[in-house]
Design a protein around this ligand. Structure first.
Ligand SMILES: Nc1ncnc2c1ncn2[C@@H]1O[C@H](COP(=O)(O)OP(=O)(O)OP(=O)(O)O)[C@@H](O)[C@H]1O
Ligand SMILES: [Mg+2]
Length: 288
């Protein structure tokens, strides 16, 4: 493995065996993500995107294969990785500022031994409040914030421990379109500034292309990598690029491929057969 690799998976399998059913969520998956890269994962529902992300976070065991994060074999969760979920998962009884500092506080007993460490952590929290535009709401509670603000708090909290890898599972899925656009530019800015690697799962192909330098498409049943696309846009993204011919052409290609891999074409053919059948049935009844 090269030193510039953030994540390397080799022959990764994840099988859920519930007794009643055996689901191959990830089949022989191999993947390399370079340090500092912003990669997006798309694919039909159930293709294993969340399973892959949770496995990379160390929240899920895997059945076979190898994973290395920052050159070290993965063994459960680690401080070099942080995860952001679709639902903000903030602590409702803590203020914005306390939410951001919370994980740091947990670590305080073991790692922040000196007052300089504690001071540095407080400085980091303040810097993140600034960066995420949360200074004015630092003392507010999560239920007093909009969805976009809550998600900014969740991202700030994830960044608190300076993770080298940020794993995001549909983090903007619950936000309205305008707020999402603002969040897109913010997360691009933040990831560049922090220099972290981002693996970002989304259902939204436009979001995947706008954010990712590379879009990886997973296919379902069994979950596997189907193909990947390099995004032909300048690194510095701007909203108007969403209307560029290269952007729209890639969006069409990816959507079409998701349709094919999800079997939706078969469904369309089935619907056509069914409607032909019912037309025939109606005609037969009309003729009787
Ligand atoms: N804990 C579990 N036990 C059994 N099967 C599971 C479990 N978690 C996920 N699966 C199965 O693994 C497969 C992949 O699920 P996963 O949640 O990773 O898909 P996904 O791509 O994230 O889907 P979505 O886009 O709907 O979020 C699915 O068939 C799912 O039913
Ligand atoms: Mg999912």
């Amino acid at each position: 493995m090269t030193v510039t690799s953030a994540i390397q998976c080799r022959g990764l399998w994840k099988i859920f065996d519930t007794g009643a059913a055996r689901v191959i969520a990830l089949q022989n998956l191999s993947l390399d993500i370079a340090a500092g890269e912003f990669v997006t994962l798309v694919g039909a529902s159930g293709c294993g995107k969340s399973t892959l992300l949770r496995t990379l976070a160390g929240l899920e065991t895997y059945t076979a294969g190898q994973i290395e994060c920052c050159g070290v074999p993965l063994r459960g969760p680690g401080v070099e990785r942080a995860m952001v979920f679709q639902h903000y998962s903030l602590y409702p009884w803590l203020t914005v500022s306390e939410n951001i500092k919370f994980t740091r506080k947990l670590a305080a007993h073991t790692r922040d031994r000196t007052s300089a460490d504690v001071e540095a952590a407080a400085g980091r929290a303040d810097a993140l409040l600034q960066l995420m535009g949360l200074v004015d709401v630092a003392k507010a509670y999560p239920n007093q914030l909009s969805g976009g603000m809550q998600q900014r708090v969740a991202i700030a909290r994830a960044l608190m421990s300076r993770p080298r890898i940020l794993l995001m599972d549909e983090p903007f899925g619950a936000l309205d379109a305008q707020t999402r656009e603002v969040m897109h530019d913010l997360i691009l800015h933040v990831s560049r500034l922090e220099g972290c690697t981002v693996v970002f799962v989304t259902h939204d192909v436009e979001e995947a292309i706008y954010l990712g330098r590379r879009v990886i498409l997973l296919a379902p049943r069994p979950g596997r990598i189907d193909c990947e696309y390099a995004v032909p846009l300048p690194a510095q993204r701007e909203q108007h690029m969403k209307h560029a011919p290269a952007f729209l052409e890639l969006k069409t290609r990816i959507l079409e491929r998701i349709r094919v891999t999800s079997g939706m074409r078969t469904d369309a053919a089935l619907l056509e057969r069914l409607s032909r059948g019912s037309r025939q049935h109606a005609a037969d009844r009309g003729g009787a």
